[in-house]
Design a protein around this ligand. Structure first.
Ligand code: PLP
Ligand code: ZN
Length: 423
């Protein structure tokens, strides 16, 4: 039984075969995977999923693959952590953090890449390629190595050191381009026509790649005991993740894994230095005006987001919101999450937490809502951003006197106890 019926144009609805296609020949609209939901509903069940692996591949029934072995480093099934201390600081009720820092290469990109390269291998591709703001580069290089495929990765020249090293170490071809992501992406589109035998994760196999983000919605629902949250906060780069999280919740209702199609408010998070979607939302406009990114949140620095308009309409139709935060607020967000919950996020996670704080303060995210914030990348990837902002409490000579002079630990702890008992 085949649960994928093919590809379909998101604009005009025309059908295409499930090949390496991404735009409609007729109207240039983007394509997306089409499923036979009746067939899926007949086959899938909560029990069947529970018997699956502890990874995104437990949701295979709702992914665009057949029986083939996945290209798998163990992406997904990351912790969903109840965040009581953070909720208290923000004046929220039930708050959860989806901790995607725990993925194999430290970001949510492992979900989408695992799906994209599984499909690419099935279609016969031997080379995996991409343009990346950093995390996609890490994940494509790692998964290609795992699959025995060659990789060609293009990045902007000014990425964080960890993201460069963490791509190069896997031994593929890594090209640093003098330009921003939008320049790199343009070059990548030209290379796609030059090298039709390469699977460009963000171009000719993007249709399959994008489906991997639905697993965030699937996991959140399963980890909440097969219930949907009321409100989810999602960071936006191209906007693909946000659109697919919304689609994921809707599909769970459609195939009977949830009792009905849930009403989940989806809110978007951007950095002020790259906020084309948040700006359109604030202006009540339907037009996403491209920007030149300037922010420490490099993983979200896409000035001309491919799925920006779809993200905006998913936000609006769900009753969610979209906001942007300054780089200082991003740093505060990183530190707040680390201090209250013990989770170290990269700058994109800082964007999510700072936006969560802003929307909570405005009353847009309400105390009576069950809220999930998506923390999508690990802090070790962007330590540069914290330089000068955190560091040792003191640097001392190796003597007891020096320690006692520098650290009033008992006093500090007493102050902490006092704070706790005031709560
Ligand atoms: C790529 C990325 C996102 C957002 O991805 P889009 O689907 O392009 O919007 C969010 N967080 C991190 C850490 C990322 O690397
Ligand atoms: Zn079309």
């Amino acid at each position: 039984m085949d649960h994928v019926t093919g590809l379909r144009c998101r604009e005009c609805g025309r059908a295409f075969p499930a090949e390496a296609l991404h735009v409609c020949d007729y109207c240039f609209g983007p394509l997306e995977v089409a499923y036979d939901y009746e067939a899926i509903a007949a086959r899938t069940s909560r029990e069947r999923i529970a018997e699956g692996p502890r990874s995104i591949w437990r949701y295979r029934d709702l992914l665009p693959v057949h029986d083939e072995a996945p290209v798998d480093l163990g992406a997904g099934f990351t912790p969903l952590v109840r965040a009581e201390r953070l909720a208290a600081e923000l004046g929220l009720g039930e708050l959860w953090i989806k901790d995607d820092t725990a993925n194999p290469t430290g970001s949510f990109k492992d979900r989408v890449v695992s799906v994209a390269l599984t499909k690419a291998r099935q279609l016969g591709f031997k080379v995996a390629a991409c343009a990346s703001t950093g995390n996609l580069a890490n994940s494509v290089a790692a998964h290609a190595a795992r699959a025995g495929m060659a990789s060609v990765v293009l990045i902007p020249h000014d990425l964080e050191a960890a993201k460069v090293m963490m791509t190069a170490v896997y031994g593929g071809t890594l090209v640093s381009v003098e330009g921003n992501y939008d320049d790199v992406n343009r070059l990548c589109a030209e290379l796609t026509s030059e090298h039709p035998s390469w699977a460009f994760v963000n171009v000719n196999v993007r249709t399959y790649y994008a489906e991997g983000s639905k697993t965030l919605a699937f996991e959140v629902a399963e980890q909440l005991g097969w219930q949907a949250p009321d409100h989810v906060v999602v960071p936006i780069a191209s906007g693909s993740q946000l659109v697919k999280v919304a689609k994921g919740f809707a599909e769970l209702g459609r195939v009977g894994l949830l009792d009905e199609v849930p009403e989940v408010r989806i809110s978007g998070a951007q950095a002020q230095g790259c906020s084309p979607v948040a700006t359109a939302f604030a202006e009540g406009s339907d037009v996403i005006r491209p920007v030149k990114p300037k922010t420490i949140a490099k993983s979200l620095s896409i000035g001309n987001p491919a799925d920006g308009w779809y993200a905006l309409s998913a936000i609006r139709s769900s009753g969610g919101s979209c906001a942007s935060v300054t780089d200082d607020e991003v740093l505060e967000g990183i530190k707040l999450l680390a201090r209250t919950e013990g989770i170290f996020a990269e700058t994109a996670g800082g964007v999510t937490i700072a936006t969560l704080a802003k929307l909570a303060a405005q009353g847009t995210i309400r105390r009576d809502e069950r809220v999930v914030a998506l923390v999508t990348g690990h802090g070790l990837k962007t330590v540069e951003a914290l330089a000068g902002s955190v560091g040792p409490t003191a640097t001392i000579a190796p003597t007891l006197d020096a320690f006692d002079a520098a650290v009033q630990l008992e006093g500090d702890l007493q102050a902490t106890y006092k704070q706790e008992s005031h709560r």
